[in-house]
Design a protein around this ligand. Structure first.
Ligand code: ATP
Ligand code: MG
Length: 1043
């Protein structure tokens, strides 16, 4: 969508342009858009046009060119800051806030350390730019209470460092006389959480001497102007700077543009913000005052020409302020100690030497205190990662504000160092923009027309090369034995580098140039112009020596700061300290490493005039700076090159969210992923080039797409940035939730395992103690066993009375089990009984009686069990009506066909047997053959075998009775049960083995012999008995089983 809008319609362009006022669009905002981009005049004209409208910022691609307005502009308000916050580079007019914001966003998105390099000559506005960038971060970055403190300290470190390290020079009323590189550390939320400052070579010579029109460091004037009388009294100072030799050399103690009084208040407040205690402030100011007193120490020579201190008052103050013994100090200022052959020799100093020693002490005290101050500030800025000490969790944004290139009437060692430093920075700029960019095209295999530029490496080498460089030669002169002087150094230089195109001395110069050079001078052709240096003082300043006895006195100081600054180990250390120039060279080389490791952004500051005046555009001066800053070359490279280059990896990571194919992850080669992404965004092949590892976009084409102020890539960046942030937010939320949930799950699992282990342990212990009486070791086990028995029983309780299964109880539950079993049975029976019908009850009653009588006694009883007893075997229709007629008053309860055997011949006769309420009838057709009242029935006999013959015994006294009756019924069990029950003779059923006797009447007896055989037989035997052979009972059983 973004691309289409950008490439296809004017909509977005209009929106973007509408955000810019007409004034913003004076000239071009980016020199890349300059039609005549090779013309220096057009370049300067654009700068001029914009400067006139107070548009001090213009881009060359991503480099910001800034022209010092020398007046307060309304472009640094909070609203302005908000306007630049998170907004694309080209959407708003050029500003250093845009650079600051861009770096900050890169830092957050790519988590790569950034640095902003601010360069330009003295007075061009570097320090102001640095401060404004810091303010921008302080206002726009996320904050918390802790962060607020850090922000305050970061901001407040500036006035303190400026008071001690800046001074009025001819070039700048607030010129930085030290180099400063400040790291601001940001946490993962983007909040500034700490900082660190590296300081470079303070121009100490200013403490004791200032050129005409210049001042000492601000702090001296601020103290005298601003401090309360009481403090001044304690420090032994007077309000008037004219009283102090160290403040009058430049003859301009007061400057209209500076309010020392106000600045004092600011500094005083800042000191407390950055954690200075009152005592520390007092100690610090004592040192400042002591420097002033030192300056006023005077000497006179005695008869021997030895220096004597004439200003006792100063010694008194100094002794108090520095916390040293007065006489010791006096002695140290006028003597020097030499150690020769292990022996200490003390020799007096002459006037000149004493003054030198005094100044050296003042410089050393001030210089070291300045370093202490930086360390102290660093401590208060230190980022303490409470969560994870030791881990490098912060990303860093570095701000470099170093002294600018400067040329004075009289240039000394300090200017040499300062300009060398600027030379190095220019070298870095060349390396990172002009050189590396072009080399990258080459290595990526992208067709490219090289742009010529001036490489100042040659000058850097001239200064720093080993053995052949100026610093090496200077060191050599400083270290060599013999009478080395500044002049011998110059001669050495002439000898060694005489043919160098950027080096010139009086001797080496041609006739014409020679006039402009003194004999003790040498000239360097710097990238930024010619500077003529006077060698006077080079050796001394480079040696930076302080007499041993002065050092010793300071080591004994009771002022904690001085004591900290002068370490005892220095006195015993035999090694010669590194010279000032070498120290500086090494620290610069470290600085270059630091800067190279970060992603740089550039602000190139230009000074519009030498008079520090607003609205004055000195074209010559500006042209000169444009030239030496290499801005034209910079522009040519930008124009010829690609507007935007990114490594595939970074490009894909950053913009993958714009294409569904590459989001959230591209699995294939980075190159292919980028190709897919770019195609998806609708770029035409001529708009970009894909190198070996980098994609590059042509500026001309995308500029033509977007007119003057669009940059699709920045829109992409913005959109991607927003998605990226949301993505990270969601991702980190998801991770937090996941980790909590996993934690909970893990804890639950662990608790479960622990419980399981405990259970198993208790179980095993319980098993071991299972046979002991209940105790704590086995109670769980026993309970468990009981529980599981009962649960098992519950599941397997017998379902009917015939089911005899029952789980085996544990020993402790045997009794319970028994009771339960009974209960269960009772319950089943009870519920069975409840369900039973009256007919069935009757049936069962009869069956029970049958069982009582025959069970285990008669062989054919088992066959009868499953056969239901029938109410009657003969219906009324089967009984002769006459019989029915006779028995009309009696109900026939049971009728069954039977066979009657005659008492004598044992002939079988078919009869019906009828049972009524009180009588048994034996009936033949219509005739009642025999009537037996139940009362006369004395018993019933039957054999134990499986026959169906039985005898009804009848009382014989009754003559009407014919005797016992021998009968056979096919349903003998049923028939006999019915008879026994009806006649209430259940207990009178006699089951006999072998034979049954029965009465025939008139006292005669018959006998029935029962035997088993293979065939049923009922017949009269030869012995006159009735022989009943019943089928072997097994047959009966089998027959039963078969059913
Ligand atoms: N953006 C600005 N707005 C208003 N005034 C400015 C601006 N930048 C610089 N100045 C003015 O210019 C003066 C010099 O600027 P600054 O101290 O930043 O120079 P510098 O480049 O740090 O110089 P040096 O190398 O000497 O330290 C400031 O004191 C201020 O008066
Ligand atoms: Mg400065």
């Amino acid at each position: 969508v973004v691309y289409q809008a950008a490439a296809g319609s004017d909509g977005i362009r209009l929106t973007m342009e509408s955000a810019l006022t007409a004034r913003d669009r004076v000239g071009v905002q980016d020199f890349v858009l300059l039609e005549n981009f090779t013309s220096e005049a057009a370049f300067i004209e654009n700068l001029r046009k914009r400067f006139k409208e107070n548009l001090i910022y213009t881009y060359i691609g991503s480099v910001l060119v800034s022209v010092n307005p020398y007046k307060e502009l309304e472009i640094y308000s909070k609203q302005h800051m908000e306007r630049y916050r998170g907004v694309s580079f080209y959407e708003v007019s050029p500003h250093l806030y845009a650079i600051a914001d861009n770096s900050y966003r890169s830092l957050r998105m790519e988590r790569k350390d950034q640095c902003i390099l601010i360069s330009g000559e003295s007075g061009a506005g570097k320090t102001e730019a640095t401060k404004k960038i810091l303010q921008y971060y302080a206002v726009t970055c996320p904050a918390s209470e802790q962060v607020e403190t850090v922000k305050d300290r970061l901001l407040q470190s500036n006035p303190v460092l400026e008071a001690f390290g800046n001074a009025k020079t001819l070039r700048n009323d607030n010129s930085s006389r030290f180099g400063k590189y400040m790291d601001v550390q940001f946490d993962y939320k983007g909040a500034p959480v700490g900082g660190h400052i590296l300081n470079y070579l303070l121009e100490k010579s200013r403490v004791v001497h200032q050129n005409h029109g210049e001042r000492n460091f601000h702090i001296f004037y601020q103290l005298l102007e601003g401090a309360e009388d009481e403090l001044l009294r304690r420090l032994g100072l007077e309000k008037n700077p004219q009283q102090y030799h160290y403040l009058v050399k430049g003859q301009c103690a007061r400057v209209s543009s500076i309010s020392d009084k106000n600045d004092w208040k600011i500094v005083r407040k800042a000191l407390s913000v950055i954690n200075f205690t009152d005592n520390e402030v007092e100690d610090l100011l004592s040192i400042v005052a002591s420097v002033l007193h030192l300056g006023n120490v005077q000497f006179a020579d005695d008869e021997q020409g030895n220096a004597q201190v004439t200003t006792e008052n100063q010694i008194k103050y100094l002794a108090r302020l520095l916390g040293v013994g007065g006489s010791l100090l006096r002695e140290a200022l006028t003597h020097k100690t030499i150690i020769a052959k292990g022996e200490e020799l003390v020799s007096p100093l002459n006037l000149e030497q004493a003054a030198y020693a005094r100044d050296a002490l003042a410089k050393a005290v001030y210089g070291r205190t300045f370093s202490w101050l930086v360390n102290k500030i660093n401590k208060s800025l230190a980022y303490k990662d409470a969560e994870c000490p030791g881990r490098r969790s912060a990303t860093v944004l570095g701000l470099l504000d170093i002294y600018g290139f400067e040329v004075f009437q009289h240039n000394s060692f300090e200017q040499f160092c300062i300009n060398y430093c600027n030379e190095k920075l220019q070298q870095l700029f060349i390396e990172l923009t002009l050189k590396s960019e072009q080399e990258e095209y080459e290595s990526e295999g992208i067709a490219w027309e090289p742009v010529q530029y001036f490489n100042n490496k040659i000058i850097c080498d001239l200064v720093e090369e080993k053995f052949k460089g100026i610093i090496s030669i200077l060191d050599e002169e400083c270290l060599r034995p013999g009478d080395a002087t500044d002049m011998t150094f110059l001669e050495k230089l002439e000898e060694t580098v005489k043919n160098h195109p950027h080096f010139l001395t009086h001797k080496l110069a041609d006739q014409k140039t020679r006039k402009s050079l003194d004999r003790e001078q040498f000239r360097l052709l710097h990238y930024a112009g010619e500077v003529t240096y006077s060698v006077t003082g080079f050796l001394d300043k480079n040696n930076d020596l302080l007499f041993r006895n002065l050092k010793e006195t300071m080591c004994n100081s009771e002022n904690p700061i001085i004591n900290h600054c002068f370490e005892r180990s220095e006195l015993t250390d035999k090694r010669r300290p590194e010279t000032a120039a070498t120290q500086f060279k090494n620290s610069l080389s470290k600085l270059m490493e630091i800067l190279m490791s970060k992603e740089p952004s550039y602000i190139r500051c230009i000074k519009p005039n030498d008079a520090k005046q607003a609205a004055r555009f000195d074209e010559v001066l500006i042209r000169h700076q444009v030239k030496y800053l290499g801005l034209m070359e910079n522009l040519r490279v930008r124009r010829a090159g690609f507007a935007y280059r990114r490594k595939y990896e970074i490009f894909l990571q950053r913009y993958k969210s714009l294409c569904s194919e590459t989001w959230p992850m591209w699995e294939g080669r980075q190159h292919d992923g980028v190709a897919v992404l770019v195609k998806h965004l609708g770029y035409k092949p001529e708009e970009y080039k894909m190198g070996r590892s980098v994609i590059s976009f042509f500026p001309n084409l995308w500029l033509s797409h977007l007119g003057v102020c669009g940059n699709v890539l920045d829109y992409m960046k913005l959109k991607s940035f927003l998605q990226y942030d949301t993505f990270w937010f969601l991702l980190s939320s998801a991770i937090t939730i996941q980790s909590w949930w996993r934690g909970t799950q893990g804890r639950r699992k662990a608790a479960k395992k622990k419980r399981a282990v405990e259970t198993i342990r208790r179980f095993i212990k319980g098993f071991i103690y299972r046979n002991y009486p209940r105790c704590s070791e086995n109670e769980y086990f026993l309970d468990y066993i009981r529980y599981s028995f009962l649960m098992n029983l519950k599941r397997n309780v017998p379902k009917n009375v015939l089911d005899k299964s029952w789980p085996t109880p544990p020993p402790s539950l045997c009794e319970v089990s028994q009771l339960l079993r009974q209960l269960c049975m009772q319950n089943m029976v009870w519920s069975y009984c409840k369900r039973i019908s009256p007919e069935w009850k009757q049936q069962l009653d009869q069956k029970v009686v049958a069982s009582e009588i025959f069970k285990d006694k008669k062989d054919n009883y088992p066959q009868s069990v499953p056969r239901l007893f029938i109410n009657t075997r003969l219906g009324t229709e089967e009984i002769n009506p006459k019989v029915l007629q006779i028995l009309k008053n009696e109900t026939i309860k049971y009728a069954v066909p039977v066979v009657k055997y005659d008492r004598k011949g044992y002939k079988p006769r078919a009869r019906h047997l009828l049972l009524t309420q009180s009588t048994i009838f034996v009936v033949e057709e219509a005739k009642i053959k025999q009537r037996i009242d139940y009362a006369n029935l004395t018993g019933i006999s039957v054999s134990s075998l499986s026959d169906s013959v039985f005898v009804l015994h009848v009382r014989c006294e009754d003559n009407k009775q014919k005797g016992d009756v021998v009968l056979q019924s096919d349903h003998v069990i049923e028939t006999l049960t019915k008879i026994a029950m009806s006649a209430d003779k259940v207990n009178n059923v006699n089951i006999s083995q072998g034979s049954i006797k029965f009465t025939i009447g008139q006292g005669k007896e018959g006998i029935i012999d029962f035997t088993s055989g293979s065939e049923l037989l009922i017949a009269k035997a030869k012995n006159g008995h009735l022989a009943v052979v019943s089928v072997f009972s097994v047959r009966g059983c089998r027959a039963w089983e078969g059913k």
